[in-house]
Write a protein that binds this ligand. Structure first.
Ligand SMILES: [Zn+2]
Length: 143
């Protein structure tokens, strides 16, 4: 049966070069950590996973915390969050990472699949508007 996996991260901005911290199981934990770090945003990840432990769907939502200063918001106008980010997630154990460049994602996957035999890493591209999109057969293509 398909089930949903939800986890939270906190981050200092919604720009491409942001600091992220987490993951946390609950929004409350993430908010406490955000407060400690002075971060103004939460990231909510939602994975829909089928009976074979395959990710069917990934959703990623930015939530601006009410206490974040208006100045921080002005510094990150919507238009600046245009560039893609690459998310890797292991379909076998669930470990994941975010990368600025596709080759970094490939290096991460190489190391992960080398260290953990028979694990399979999947790649997602995140862009503004389109959200998170899986890039299928990417490992076959790169090799
Ligand atoms: Zn793994």
């Amino acid at each position: 049966m398909a089930h949903k996996e939800i986890f939270w991260m906190t981050c200092d901005s919604i720009e491409q070069l942001r600091a992220e911290y987490g993951p946390f199981h609950t929004r409350a934990e993430a908010e406490v950590e955000a407060q400690k770090l002075g971060f103004g945003y939460l990231l909510r990840y939602e994975h829909v996973i089928d009976e074979n432990d395959e990710i069917q769907e990934v959703r990623c939502i930015f939530i601006e915390l009410p206490r974040s200063r208006p100045r921080a918001r002005l510094a990150t106008p919507q238009g600046q969050v245009r560039e893609s980010k690459y998310h890797t997630r292991c379909a076998t154990c669930g470990e994941m990472a975010v990368h600025d460049e596709p080759w970094r994602a490939e290096v991460w996957a190489d190391i992960h699949e080398f260290e953990r035999r028979r694990h399979r890493v999947r790649l997602f591209e995140k862009s503004q508007g389109a959200g998170l999109r899986e890039i299928g057969d990417w490992r076959d293509r790169c090799r």
